[in-house]
Design a binder for this molecule. Sequence first.
Ligand SMILES: [Zn+2]
Ligand SMILES: [Zn+2]
Length: 300
Amino acid sequence: MSNEAITDYHLHLRGDDLGARADEYFTAENIERYLEGARAAGVTDLGCAEHMYRFTEALTVWRHPFWDEWAIDDIDQYVEVVKASPIKLGIEGDFIAGAEEKLEAMLGSRPFDYVVGSVHFLGDRSLDTEEYTIWDEARDPDDIWRRYFETLADAARSGLFDILAHPDLVKVWGRAGRLPSVDPRKMYEPAIEAIAESDIAVEVSTAGLRKGVGEIYPSPAFMEMCVEAGATFALSSDAHEPAQIGFRYEDGLEFLARHGVTEIATFEGRERTSRPIGVLGTPNTQRKSIFGAGEAPGEQ
Ligand SMILES: [Zn+2]
Ligand SMILES: [Zn+2]
C-alpha cells in the first residue's frame, strides 16, 4: 500500500435526530455505510469523532441546557463498537475553560486515536446554533471574534486535543452583523501563536462550504499565517452522514496545494505521523451537484 493518504477524521456517526437511539447508529452496519462513502469519495483514512456532548458522561464536565438535552448516549458503547471496526476512533471535545481536569478525565482515559478540539460556545452562548445564540444585537461582533480566537488559543494550549477543529468557526454565518468590521488578521494572532507553540494539527474542513459563509475553514489569511508559523494540517469534511464523506475534497486538496502543503497528519493511538497527500480518484460529480444545489444529499 502506498504511503499517501487522504483523511476524513472528523465525522459523526449520529445524525442530528435527537429521537434516534444510539444502537441504530453505533453499529458495524452503520460504520460499513461510512466505509462505502469513503471508498466512493477516494478517502483512504477514515475515523469518526462523535460530539462529546452526545454522551451522558459529558455532564460531569459541563452543565448547560443544550448538553442536558443531547447527552443521552453511553461513551463506552461508542468506544467498543468503533474499536471493533476498521475505522479510527476519535471524539470531538469541546474546550470548556476551567473544566480542563474533567475534560482530561473523560477524553484522556479512553483508547482514542485522536481527539478533535472545538470551541462552539463562548461562556454559555453558542456561536453556531440559533438556540442559545451569542449573536444578539447588543453585542459587538468584533468583540465576539476577538474572544473566539483567544479561546481557541487556550484550547490549542490546553494539551487536551490533537487536532484543532474548524479553526475559524466564528465566521460560520457569513452575514451582516456577524462579521468583523476590521481585517481579522490581528484577531487571529493569539491563536496562531498558540498553534505554533503547542504544535496542534490545524483542521482544514470543507464543512464551511456547506454553511452560510460558503468558505473552507480556515480562511485563506488564517491558513497563510499557519503555514508561516510551520503548522501541521489535518483534512476533514465534518460529515454528518455517509454521503458527506470527502465533501468537496477537490476544493480542499486544491486549497492545501495552493498553500504549498504537501503532507497531511494521520493518527493512531494519539501518535501523529505526516504522510504525503494522495491524489483523489474520479470525483463523483453527481454527489457534487447534489451538494452544490444546497439540498440534503441522497443515497446513490
Ligand atoms: Zn464542531
Ligand atoms: Zn463535528
